[in-house]
Design a protein around this ligand. Structure first.
Ligand code: PEP
Ligand code: MG
Length: 578
């Protein structure tokens, strides 16, 4: 039966494919295709891993029986029996075999896919005892996965081409930004999650992958079954499940049209970004990994306006990258940009970007968006902060780096930050290590900072408006919470006044100002931002050409009048093409 689910549109385009349900805690498992000739070898890997776990369980059983006379409770022996039974279960084995032989999934992927199928069957069981066996199944699968991961496939992975043919769409209740990032360059053609707001970091990473995605789709991961055919309409935020042939054809047509439009935009790649009234505009890229520099260059970016360095720190179980690892990453980004400037933002973890799963659990009872996030965390961990600062300063020998500090609000934080930068320089001097000059910038993403702007203009070379957080903090709307997503309004007059005022004051003071929040890549906002006097936009590479098209058609003198009207309107959206 065909039905549709509505969520939030976060990454445009149409994706058509089969649903791959991934449990939230299982997203870090490798997902790749194998060649048909590799099927036998992959089946053998699963069999070996299963036999290893059987041996482990037999040993465990033996130990328990030996100790039983003394202190081991009889329940433990019974539990091991249950695990052994689940491991030998034919449905688990047949299912895994099916995903490997029919779909050519790698062993780990096949195992978690079948685990998800069985977990749903357990959920539906009437008998409470049986329902609770889902936890045991989880533990058994975890054991097999551990063995498999210790012996990764020696076989080459097959990824992009086959993925497009197969059309696979990942469906999950929730994905952390770090999980989402590891799906970059992966087999998936689209994403659906139950939770998340439009500017949650998971959504931002999905958008940076330029793959259709819908978040905040509430119960999607329960309504959609493994292997269902689904369509994602990333523009409307709609998921169509089990579409009829007629619906499929309509969406395939739309897919073609989108592709043609994108091809046409490519012609603008080498065109100078200049408005009708000869105002030069800079279009920069937002990146998450050094290797994204290639996509930035390919899209015609004239630099990186925001390198979210925290992605180097996340999902590492607390083992943070040392100075040399960071230096290598920043240097790679700088060299990748071939002489164009790179703005590296110091680590901004916290809120919906927890360092790892443990931190997320520890903070789940607090309000992490208002807590020890970004620069606050850095100043609380000065040794960690200076390690990053030294790595960035060292990388500046290889090209132009701008150092950007997130989440500043108070004068005391500015003083402490500048002191840490100075100390980092002194430490490099003492060690006799070369470093380069950097321009220093602050993100304006807390209303207090936007209101106390002269303080920031005094200490920094440039400012960058983080509109994602500025909206969140001005309107008191958690950007990652889909239940209040309808109130997250970039056009709220309070937000617009803070943005316009920041741009105006920077322009008057002769300081560089950019917008690096999602607003910069939203073509419906381009005329307004140009009208407010913005000349520097930083966005995902995939948005650059579409924004360039808007800029080429714009007349900033006329748009300044539009901006003036919008700023005085109670209903700004009615004056804009949104
Ligand atoms: C912002 O807040 O607008 C921003 C660019 O930073 P992030 O989205 O990483 O918080
Ligand atoms: Mg921010």
């Amino acid at each position: 039966m065909t039905f549709s689910i509505h969520g939030l549109a976060v990454s445009s385009g149409i994706a058509i494919g089969r649903a791959v349900l991934v449990a939230s805690g299982r997203a870090d498992v490798a997902h790749y295709f194998i060649e048909p000739a590799q099927v036998e070898a992959e089946l053998a890997r699963v069999k070996d891993a299963k036999n290893t776990v059987v041996d482990e369980l037999i040993r465990l059983q033996h130990n328990v029986v030996m100790r039983e006379a003394k202190d081991a409770p009889a329940e433990i022996a019974a539990l091991i029996d249950v695990h052994m039974m689940l491991l030998q279960d034919q449905t688990l084995q047949d299912g895994v075999m099916h995903w490997i032989t029919e779909r050519h999934y790698n062993a780990e992927w096949a195992l978690v896919t079948q685990m998800e199928v069985l977990a749903r069957q357990f959920d539906e069981m009437e008998d409470e005892y049986l329902r609770e066996r889902k936890g045991d199944l989880d533990q058994v699968v975890e054991r097999v996965l551990k063995v498999l991961q210790g012996k990764p496939s020696a076989l080459p992975h097959v990824t992009p081409g086959q993925a497009e043919e197969a059309g696979l769409i990942l469906v999950a209740h929730d994905l952390s930004p770090a999980d989402m990032l590891q799906f970059k360059d992966s087999v998936f053609a689209g994403f659906v999650t139950d939770v998340g707001g439009k500017t949650s970091h998971t959504a931002i990473v999905a958008r940076s992958m330029d793959i259709p995605a819908v978040v905040g789709a509430r119960t999607a991961s329960q309504l959609i079954q493994q292997d269902d055919v689904i369509i994602i309409d990333g523009d409307a935020g709609v998921i169509v499940v089990n579409p009829s042939q007629t619906i499929l054809l309509q969406y395939r047509d739309r897919q073609q049209i989108t592709m043609l439009e994108r091809e046409q935009l490519q012609q603008l790649k080498h065109t100078l970004t200049i408005t009708q009234d000869a105002q030069k505009v800079e279009l920069l890229a937002n990146i998450e990994r050094p290797e994204d520099a290639a996509a930035a260059l390919a899209a015609g970016a004239v630099g990186v306006g925001l390198f979210r360095s925290e992605f180097l720190f996340m999902g590492r179980a607390g083992k943070l990258p040392d100075e040399d690892e960071q230096y290598a990453a920043y240097r790679k980004a700088v060299e990748g940009m071939q002489g164009l400037p790179v703005t590296i933002r110091t680590v901004d973890v916290g809120a919906d970007k927890p360092l790892d799963a443990q931190t997320a659990r520890d903070e789940s009872h607090l309000n992490p968006a208002l807590g020890l996030r970004a620069i606050r965390w850095c100043l609380a961990e000065p040794a960690m902060f200076r390690t990053q600062l030294r790595a960035i300063l060292r990388a500046a020998v290889h090209g132009q780096i701008n150092l950007l500090i997130p989440m500043l609000s108070a004068s005391s934080e500015i003083t402490l930050t500048l002191k840490q930068i100075e100390l980092a320089r002194q430490e490099l001097d003492q060690r006799g290590i070369a470093y380069g000059n950097v321009k220093l910038g602050a993100m304006i993403e807390i209303p207090a900072a936007a209101i106390a702007l002269p303080l920031f203009l005094k200490h920094f070379d440039f400012l960058s408006l983080g509109t994602n957080d500025l909206i969140q903090y001005t309107l008191a709307i958690d950007r990652a919470d889909e239940s209040v997503a309808h109130l997250y309004d970039p056009l709220h007059p309070a937000v617009l006044h803070l943005i316009a005022n920041t741009i105006k004051q920077c322009n008057e003071a002769g300081k560089g100002v950019s917008v690096c929040g999602e607003m910069a890549g939203d073509v419906s906002m381009t005329p307004l931002l140009l009208g407010m006097g913005l000349r520097c936009f930083s966005m995902h590479p995939s948005q650059i050409l579409a924004v360039k098209k808007e800029v080429l058609a714009a007349n900033t003198q006329q748009l300044a009048k539009l901006a003036w009207k919008v700023l005085r309107s109670d209903d700004p959206a009615s004056l804009l093409n949104r």
